[in-house]
Ligand binder design. Structure first.
Ligand SMILES: Nc1ncnc2c1ncn2[C@@H]1O[C@H](COP(=O)(O)OP(=O)(O)OP(=O)(O)O)[C@@H](O)[C@H]1O
Length: 383
Protein backbone atom coordinates (compact mmCIF):
# COMPACT_ATOMS: atom_id res chain seq x y z
CA UNK A 1 0.00 0.00 0.00
CA UNK A 2 1.35 3.43 -0.85
CA UNK A 3 1.87 5.81 2.03
CA UNK A 4 -0.49 8.76 1.87
CA UNK A 5 1.69 11.77 2.68
CA UNK A 6 -1.36 13.77 3.61
CA UNK A 7 -2.37 11.53 6.48
CA UNK A 8 -1.72 13.15 9.84
CA UNK A 9 1.43 11.89 11.48
CA UNK A 10 3.13 10.78 8.28
CA UNK A 11 6.72 11.94 8.39
CA UNK A 12 8.03 13.34 5.16
CA UNK A 13 11.67 13.91 4.52
CA UNK A 14 12.99 17.22 3.34
CA UNK A 15 15.17 16.91 0.25
CA UNK A 16 18.88 16.73 0.86
CA UNK A 17 20.43 19.58 -1.08
CA UNK A 18 23.07 18.11 -3.34
CA UNK A 19 25.55 20.76 -4.50
CA UNK A 20 25.73 21.31 -8.22
CA UNK A 21 29.19 21.90 -9.71
CA UNK A 22 27.91 25.08 -11.37
CA UNK A 23 26.95 26.45 -7.91
CA UNK A 24 30.47 26.14 -6.52
CA UNK A 25 31.68 29.43 -5.08
CA UNK A 26 28.41 31.16 -5.87
CA UNK A 27 26.67 33.08 -3.14
CA UNK A 28 22.97 32.78 -2.70
CA UNK A 29 21.28 35.92 -4.04
CA UNK A 30 18.94 37.82 -1.71
CA UNK A 31 15.29 37.14 -2.59
CA UNK A 32 14.38 39.10 -5.69
CA UNK A 33 11.10 40.90 -6.15
CA UNK A 34 11.35 40.26 -9.89
CA UNK A 35 9.08 37.58 -11.27
CA UNK A 36 10.38 34.02 -11.38
CA UNK A 37 8.78 33.62 -14.80
CA UNK A 38 8.13 36.51 -17.13
CA UNK A 39 6.55 35.85 -20.51
CA UNK A 40 6.17 38.77 -22.87
CA UNK A 41 4.31 38.84 -26.18
CA UNK A 42 4.76 35.12 -26.80
CA UNK A 43 3.66 33.64 -30.13
CA UNK A 44 3.64 29.96 -31.06
CA UNK A 45 2.78 28.99 -34.63
CA UNK A 46 2.50 25.61 -36.29
CA UNK A 47 3.09 25.17 -39.98
CA UNK A 48 0.54 22.58 -41.06
CA UNK A 49 -0.85 21.25 -44.32
CA UNK A 50 -3.89 23.46 -43.81
CA UNK A 51 -1.74 26.55 -43.30
CA UNK A 52 -0.16 28.48 -40.47
CA UNK A 53 -1.88 28.00 -37.12
CA UNK A 54 -1.46 30.67 -34.43
CA UNK A 55 -1.71 28.50 -31.33
CA UNK A 56 -0.44 31.21 -28.96
CA UNK A 57 -1.07 34.75 -30.09
CA UNK A 58 0.87 37.35 -28.12
CA UNK A 59 0.54 36.08 -24.54
CA UNK A 60 2.15 37.99 -21.66
CA UNK A 61 2.10 36.78 -18.07
CA UNK A 62 4.28 36.58 -15.00
CA UNK A 63 4.58 34.25 -12.06
CA UNK A 64 6.22 34.94 -8.70
CA UNK A 65 8.31 32.36 -6.87
CA UNK A 66 6.21 30.00 -4.78
CA UNK A 67 2.93 31.05 -6.42
CA UNK A 68 0.53 29.16 -8.66
CA UNK A 69 -0.87 30.58 -11.86
CA UNK A 70 -3.77 28.54 -13.22
CA UNK A 71 -4.17 28.53 -17.00
CA UNK A 72 -7.64 27.50 -18.15
CA UNK A 73 -9.56 27.28 -21.39
CA UNK A 74 -11.20 24.79 -23.72
CA UNK A 75 -9.27 22.10 -25.49
CA UNK A 76 -7.32 23.56 -28.39
CA UNK A 77 -7.02 27.12 -27.02
CA UNK A 78 -3.22 26.88 -26.80
CA UNK A 79 -2.54 26.06 -23.13
CA UNK A 80 -0.14 23.18 -23.79
CA UNK A 81 1.62 25.08 -26.55
CA UNK A 82 2.21 27.94 -24.11
CA UNK A 83 3.43 25.53 -21.40
CA UNK A 84 5.78 23.74 -23.78
CA UNK A 85 7.14 27.03 -25.13
CA UNK A 86 7.84 28.21 -21.56
CA UNK A 87 9.71 24.93 -21.03
CA UNK A 88 11.54 25.52 -24.32
CA UNK A 89 10.25 22.19 -25.62
CA UNK A 90 8.94 24.02 -28.69
CA UNK A 91 10.34 27.15 -30.26
CA UNK A 92 8.26 30.31 -29.94
CA UNK A 93 7.83 32.32 -33.13
CA UNK A 94 8.19 35.60 -31.24
CA UNK A 95 8.24 37.05 -27.74
CA UNK A 96 10.49 36.53 -24.73
CA UNK A 97 10.65 34.09 -21.83
CA UNK A 98 12.61 35.14 -18.77
CA UNK A 99 13.38 32.83 -15.90
CA UNK A 100 14.79 34.55 -12.81
CA UNK A 101 15.44 37.56 -15.01
CA UNK A 102 17.48 35.57 -17.54
CA UNK A 103 16.22 35.65 -21.12
CA UNK A 104 16.10 31.96 -22.07
CA UNK A 105 14.09 32.43 -25.27
CA UNK A 106 16.92 31.81 -27.68
CA UNK A 107 19.37 29.79 -25.62
CA UNK A 108 20.67 26.68 -27.38
CA UNK A 109 20.98 23.30 -25.62
CA UNK A 110 24.33 24.20 -24.01
CA UNK A 111 23.15 27.61 -22.82
CA UNK A 112 19.91 26.12 -21.54
CA UNK A 113 21.54 23.26 -19.60
CA UNK A 114 22.37 25.20 -16.41
CA UNK A 115 18.78 26.50 -16.31
CA UNK A 116 17.08 23.18 -17.11
CA UNK A 117 17.06 21.97 -13.52
CA UNK A 118 15.20 25.14 -12.45
CA UNK A 119 12.05 24.26 -14.43
CA UNK A 120 10.35 20.95 -14.96
CA UNK A 121 7.11 19.68 -16.46
CA UNK A 122 4.48 17.15 -15.40
CA UNK A 123 2.21 15.89 -18.18
CA UNK A 124 -1.32 14.52 -18.26
CA UNK A 125 -0.08 11.07 -19.21
CA UNK A 126 2.71 10.10 -16.81
CA UNK A 127 3.42 7.11 -19.06
CA UNK A 128 4.74 9.54 -21.65
CA UNK A 129 7.56 10.71 -19.39
CA UNK A 130 8.43 7.27 -17.94
CA UNK A 131 10.34 4.63 -19.87
CA UNK A 132 8.06 1.55 -19.66
CA UNK A 133 11.05 -0.82 -19.32
CA UNK A 134 12.94 1.22 -16.75
CA UNK A 135 12.57 0.51 -13.05
CA UNK A 136 11.26 3.63 -11.38
CA UNK A 137 14.25 3.96 -9.03
CA UNK A 138 16.43 4.17 -12.13
CA UNK A 139 14.02 6.62 -13.73
CA UNK A 140 14.14 8.93 -10.68
CA UNK A 141 17.91 8.69 -10.61
CA UNK A 142 18.39 9.65 -14.25
CA UNK A 143 18.08 13.45 -13.79
CA UNK A 144 20.54 13.28 -10.88
CA UNK A 145 22.98 11.34 -13.05
CA UNK A 146 22.54 13.68 -16.01
CA UNK A 147 23.29 16.71 -13.85
CA UNK A 148 26.05 14.81 -11.99
CA UNK A 149 24.57 15.68 -8.62
CA UNK A 150 26.21 14.17 -5.52
CA UNK A 151 27.90 10.86 -4.97
CA UNK A 152 26.26 7.55 -5.95
CA UNK A 153 25.26 7.03 -2.30
CA UNK A 154 23.71 10.51 -2.12
CA UNK A 155 21.80 9.86 -5.33
CA UNK A 156 20.43 6.59 -3.97
CA UNK A 157 19.34 8.37 -0.78
CA UNK A 158 17.72 11.15 -2.85
CA UNK A 159 15.68 8.57 -4.78
CA UNK A 160 14.45 7.18 -1.45
CA UNK A 161 13.51 10.68 -0.28
CA UNK A 162 11.71 11.50 -3.51
CA UNK A 163 9.57 8.39 -3.23
CA UNK A 164 8.65 9.23 0.35
CA UNK A 165 7.88 12.83 -0.60
CA UNK A 166 5.22 11.70 -3.07
CA UNK A 167 3.82 9.02 -0.79
CA UNK A 168 5.39 5.90 -2.31
CA UNK A 169 7.31 3.27 -0.36
CA UNK A 170 11.00 3.28 -1.35
CA UNK A 171 10.92 -0.54 -1.54
CA UNK A 172 8.89 -0.15 -4.74
CA UNK A 173 11.86 1.41 -6.55
CA UNK A 174 12.63 -1.89 -8.31
CA UNK A 175 9.25 -2.04 -10.01
CA UNK A 176 8.42 -0.95 -13.55
CA UNK A 177 5.79 1.69 -14.42
CA UNK A 178 3.17 -0.89 -15.51
CA UNK A 179 3.15 -2.30 -11.96
CA UNK A 180 1.68 0.96 -10.64
CA UNK A 181 -1.81 2.46 -10.87
CA UNK A 182 -2.44 5.67 -12.86
CA UNK A 183 -2.40 7.76 -9.68
CA UNK A 184 0.84 6.17 -8.51
CA UNK A 185 2.42 6.74 -11.92
CA UNK A 186 1.50 10.42 -11.66
CA UNK A 187 3.18 10.48 -8.21
CA UNK A 188 6.32 9.03 -9.83
CA UNK A 189 6.21 11.69 -12.57
CA UNK A 190 5.90 14.38 -9.86
CA UNK A 191 8.83 12.84 -7.95
CA UNK A 192 10.91 12.94 -11.13
CA UNK A 193 10.02 16.59 -11.64
CA UNK A 194 11.03 17.31 -8.03
CA UNK A 195 14.38 15.53 -8.30
CA UNK A 196 16.40 18.62 -9.13
CA UNK A 197 14.63 20.95 -6.64
CA UNK A 198 13.05 23.07 -9.40
CA UNK A 199 11.82 26.61 -8.87
CA UNK A 200 9.00 26.13 -11.38
CA UNK A 201 6.92 23.13 -12.42
CA UNK A 202 4.63 23.39 -15.43
CA UNK A 203 1.77 20.99 -14.66
CA UNK A 204 -0.08 20.22 -17.91
CA UNK A 205 -3.47 18.68 -17.06
CA UNK A 206 -1.83 16.51 -14.36
CA UNK A 207 -5.14 15.13 -13.04
CA UNK A 208 -7.31 15.02 -16.17
CA UNK A 209 -6.70 11.32 -16.78
CA UNK A 210 -7.54 10.35 -13.17
CA UNK A 211 -10.88 9.66 -11.56
CA UNK A 212 -12.24 12.23 -9.15
CA UNK A 213 -10.98 10.70 -5.87
CA UNK A 214 -7.46 10.35 -7.28
CA UNK A 215 -7.64 13.90 -8.65
CA UNK A 216 -8.15 15.22 -5.13
CA UNK A 217 -5.21 13.18 -3.81
CA UNK A 218 -2.83 14.46 -6.49
CA UNK A 219 -4.02 18.07 -6.08
CA UNK A 220 -3.51 17.81 -2.32
CA UNK A 221 -0.08 16.32 -2.88
CA UNK A 222 0.92 19.17 -5.22
CA UNK A 223 -0.36 21.71 -2.73
CA UNK A 224 1.46 20.03 0.16
CA UNK A 225 4.72 19.85 -1.80
CA UNK A 226 4.46 23.52 -2.71
CA UNK A 227 4.02 24.49 0.92
CA UNK A 228 7.05 22.43 1.92
CA UNK A 229 9.43 23.26 -0.88
CA UNK A 230 8.16 26.58 -2.24
CA UNK A 231 8.22 25.90 -5.97
CA UNK A 232 5.92 27.82 -8.33
CA UNK A 233 3.36 26.06 -10.54
CA UNK A 234 2.03 27.02 -13.92
CA UNK A 235 -1.02 24.81 -13.63
CA UNK A 236 -2.79 24.04 -16.91
CA UNK A 237 -6.31 22.63 -16.98
CA UNK A 238 -9.46 22.80 -19.06
CA UNK A 239 -11.40 22.63 -15.76
CA UNK A 240 -11.73 25.88 -13.85
CA UNK A 241 -13.01 23.90 -10.86
CA UNK A 242 -9.69 22.02 -10.65
CA UNK A 243 -7.63 25.19 -11.06
CA UNK A 244 -9.53 26.87 -8.23
CA UNK A 245 -8.05 24.31 -5.81
CA UNK A 246 -4.49 25.47 -6.28
CA UNK A 247 -4.20 28.77 -8.08
CA UNK A 248 -3.33 32.12 -6.55
CA UNK A 249 -4.17 33.77 -9.86
CA UNK A 250 -6.03 32.47 -12.89
CA UNK A 251 -5.45 33.24 -16.57
CA UNK A 252 -8.28 32.34 -18.94
CA UNK A 253 -7.27 31.57 -22.52
CA UNK A 254 -9.40 31.62 -25.63
CA UNK A 255 -8.10 30.91 -29.14
CA UNK A 256 -4.48 31.60 -28.27
CA UNK A 257 -5.03 34.74 -26.21
CA UNK A 258 -5.50 35.55 -22.56
CA UNK A 259 -8.95 37.07 -22.17
CA UNK A 260 -8.96 37.44 -18.39
CA UNK A 261 -6.31 37.34 -15.68
CA UNK A 262 -7.13 37.91 -12.05
CA UNK A 263 -6.64 36.68 -8.49
CA UNK A 264 -8.52 33.43 -7.95
CA UNK A 265 -11.25 34.86 -5.75
CA UNK A 266 -11.99 37.68 -8.20
CA UNK A 267 -12.29 35.27 -11.10
CA UNK A 268 -14.65 33.19 -9.03
CA UNK A 269 -16.66 35.97 -7.43
CA UNK A 270 -16.85 38.56 -10.21
CA UNK A 271 -15.69 37.24 -13.57
CA UNK A 272 -15.45 40.09 -16.05
CA UNK A 273 -15.28 38.25 -19.37
CA UNK A 274 -18.37 36.47 -20.73
CA UNK A 275 -16.16 33.48 -21.58
CA UNK A 276 -14.96 33.16 -17.97
CA UNK A 277 -18.58 33.49 -16.87
CA UNK A 278 -19.53 30.67 -19.23
CA UNK A 279 -16.69 28.45 -17.97
CA UNK A 280 -17.89 28.94 -14.40
CA UNK A 281 -21.47 28.17 -15.37
CA UNK A 282 -20.30 25.03 -17.15
CA UNK A 283 -18.84 23.57 -13.93
CA UNK A 284 -21.12 20.73 -12.89
CA UNK A 285 -23.21 21.51 -9.85
CA UNK A 286 -23.37 18.52 -7.54
CA UNK A 287 -26.62 19.47 -5.84
CA UNK A 288 -29.51 17.92 -7.84
CA UNK A 289 -31.92 20.54 -6.47
CA UNK A 290 -30.22 23.15 -8.61
CA UNK A 291 -30.33 23.59 -12.33
CA UNK A 292 -26.97 23.50 -14.01
CA UNK A 293 -25.20 24.82 -17.03
CA UNK A 294 -27.37 27.92 -17.04
CA UNK A 295 -24.76 29.77 -19.01
CA UNK A 296 -22.95 26.92 -20.74
CA UNK A 297 -20.88 28.02 -23.70
CA UNK A 298 -22.86 28.12 -26.92
CA UNK A 299 -21.50 26.95 -30.24
CA UNK A 300 -18.18 25.41 -31.15
CA UNK A 301 -14.71 26.81 -30.92
CA UNK A 302 -14.14 28.71 -34.20
CA UNK A 303 -11.78 27.29 -36.79
CA UNK A 304 -8.33 28.26 -35.45
CA UNK A 305 -7.05 28.62 -39.03
CA UNK A 306 -9.63 31.35 -39.62
CA UNK A 307 -10.22 33.04 -36.27
CA UNK A 308 -13.08 35.55 -36.25
CA UNK A 309 -12.23 39.20 -36.82
CA UNK A 310 -12.49 41.53 -33.83
CA UNK A 311 -12.94 39.79 -30.50
CA UNK A 312 -12.46 36.10 -31.23
CA UNK A 313 -15.21 35.23 -28.71
CA UNK A 314 -17.87 37.41 -30.33
CA UNK A 315 -19.36 34.51 -32.33
CA UNK A 316 -20.37 32.82 -29.06
CA UNK A 317 -20.85 35.82 -26.80
CA UNK A 318 -24.39 36.58 -25.60
CA UNK A 319 -23.39 40.22 -24.97
CA UNK A 320 -21.58 40.95 -28.26
CA UNK A 321 -21.72 44.57 -29.45
CA UNK A 322 -21.12 45.79 -33.01
CA UNK A 323 -17.60 46.88 -32.01
CA UNK A 324 -16.78 43.30 -30.94
CA UNK A 325 -17.03 42.15 -34.57
CA UNK A 326 -14.55 44.78 -35.70
CA UNK A 327 -11.89 45.44 -33.06
CA UNK A 328 -9.93 42.99 -30.95
CA UNK A 329 -10.12 44.27 -27.36
CA UNK A 330 -6.82 44.82 -25.53
CA UNK A 331 -6.16 43.14 -22.20
CA UNK A 332 -6.49 46.01 -19.75
CA UNK A 333 -6.62 46.40 -15.99
CA UNK A 334 -10.19 46.83 -14.78
CA UNK A 335 -9.52 46.43 -11.05
CA UNK A 336 -6.60 45.68 -8.73
CA UNK A 337 -4.65 42.90 -10.45
CA UNK A 338 -7.73 42.15 -12.56
CA UNK A 339 -7.26 42.27 -16.34
CA UNK A 340 -9.84 41.58 -19.01
CA UNK A 341 -9.91 41.81 -22.80
CA UNK A 342 -13.52 42.72 -23.44
CA UNK A 343 -15.23 45.71 -24.99
CA UNK A 344 -17.93 45.47 -22.35
CA UNK A 345 -15.23 46.71 -19.97
CA UNK A 346 -13.45 48.84 -22.49
CA UNK A 347 -13.38 52.42 -23.49
CA UNK A 348 -14.59 51.87 -27.03
CA UNK A 349 -16.25 55.15 -27.91
CA UNK A 350 -19.92 55.22 -27.12
CA UNK A 351 -19.96 51.93 -25.26
CA UNK A 352 -19.15 53.09 -21.73
CA UNK A 353 -22.81 52.74 -20.84
CA UNK A 354 -22.70 49.07 -21.79
CA UNK A 355 -20.26 47.97 -19.08
CA UNK A 356 -21.42 44.65 -17.73
CA UNK A 357 -20.53 43.17 -14.36
CA UNK A 358 -21.21 39.58 -13.51
CA UNK A 359 -21.81 39.87 -9.82
CA UNK A 360 -22.00 36.85 -7.60
CA UNK A 361 -22.67 37.44 -3.91
CA UNK A 362 -19.81 36.29 -1.67
CA UNK A 363 -20.61 32.86 -0.31
CA UNK A 364 -19.39 30.97 2.73
CA UNK A 365 -18.08 28.27 0.40
CA UNK A 366 -16.07 30.78 -1.65
CA UNK A 367 -13.01 28.60 -1.90
CA UNK A 368 -14.95 25.54 -2.96
CA UNK A 369 -14.34 24.61 -6.54
CA UNK A 370 -17.82 23.36 -7.29
CA UNK A 371 -20.29 25.28 -5.15
CA UNK A 372 -23.92 24.39 -5.38
CA UNK A 373 -25.68 27.53 -6.42
CA UNK A 374 -28.89 28.45 -8.06
CA UNK A 375 -28.97 28.89 -11.79
CA UNK A 376 -28.95 32.55 -12.57
CA UNK A 377 -27.32 33.50 -9.27
CA UNK A 378 -25.13 35.85 -11.26
CA UNK A 379 -26.74 39.20 -11.75
CA UNK A 380 -26.01 41.09 -14.94
CA UNK A 381 -26.12 44.82 -14.44
CA UNK A 382 -25.57 47.64 -16.88
CA UNK A 383 -23.99 50.80 -15.57
N1 LIG B 1 2.41 19.84 -33.12
C1 LIG B 1 1.35 20.48 -33.60
N2 LIG B 1 1.22 20.68 -34.94
C2 LIG B 1 0.16 21.36 -35.44
N3 LIG B 1 -0.83 21.87 -34.69
C3 LIG B 1 -0.75 21.70 -33.36
C4 LIG B 1 0.34 21.01 -32.75
N4 LIG B 1 0.14 20.99 -31.42
C5 LIG B 1 -1.01 21.65 -31.20
N5 LIG B 1 -1.54 22.08 -32.36
C6 LIG B 1 -2.78 22.88 -32.53
O1 LIG B 1 -2.57 24.09 -31.82
C7 LIG B 1 -3.78 24.51 -31.18
C8 LIG B 1 -3.49 24.61 -29.69
O2 LIG B 1 -3.22 23.30 -29.20
P1 LIG B 1 -2.81 23.05 -27.69
O3 LIG B 1 -2.57 21.59 -27.51
O4 LIG B 1 -1.74 23.98 -27.32
O5 LIG B 1 -4.14 23.48 -26.93
P2 LIG B 1 -4.67 23.05 -25.49
O6 LIG B 1 -5.48 24.19 -25.02
O7 LIG B 1 -3.54 22.62 -24.66
O8 LIG B 1 -5.61 21.84 -25.85
P3 LIG B 1 -5.56 20.35 -25.28
O9 LIG B 1 -5.95 20.46 -23.85
O10 LIG B 1 -6.55 19.62 -26.13
O11 LIG B 1 -4.13 19.89 -25.49
C9 LIG B 1 -4.81 23.44 -31.51
O12 LIG B 1 -5.57 23.90 -32.62
C10 LIG B 1 -4.00 22.23 -31.90
O13 LIG B 1 -4.67 21.41 -32.83
Amino acid sequence: MPVNPLQPGTVLHRPTPIPHPADAGRHRQPPSRAALLDVDGLHVRYRTRRGLLHAVDGVSLSLQAGQTLGLVGESGCGKSSLGKAVMRLIEPAAGTIRLDGVDITHLGPAGLRPHRRRFQMVFQDPGGSLDPRQRIGRSLRTPLDLHRLGTPAQRAERVRELMLQVGLRPELADRQPHEFSGGQRQRIAIARALALNPALIVCDEPVSALDVSLQAQILNLLSDLQQRYGMAYLFISHDLGVVQHLADRVAVMYLGRIVELAPRERIWRSPAHPYTQALIDAIPVMDPRHERNAGAIHGDLPNPFQPPAGCSFHTRCPHALPVCREQAPALREIGPGHHAACHLHGEAAGHASQIVHFVRPAAAHEAEPRPARAAGAYATTAT
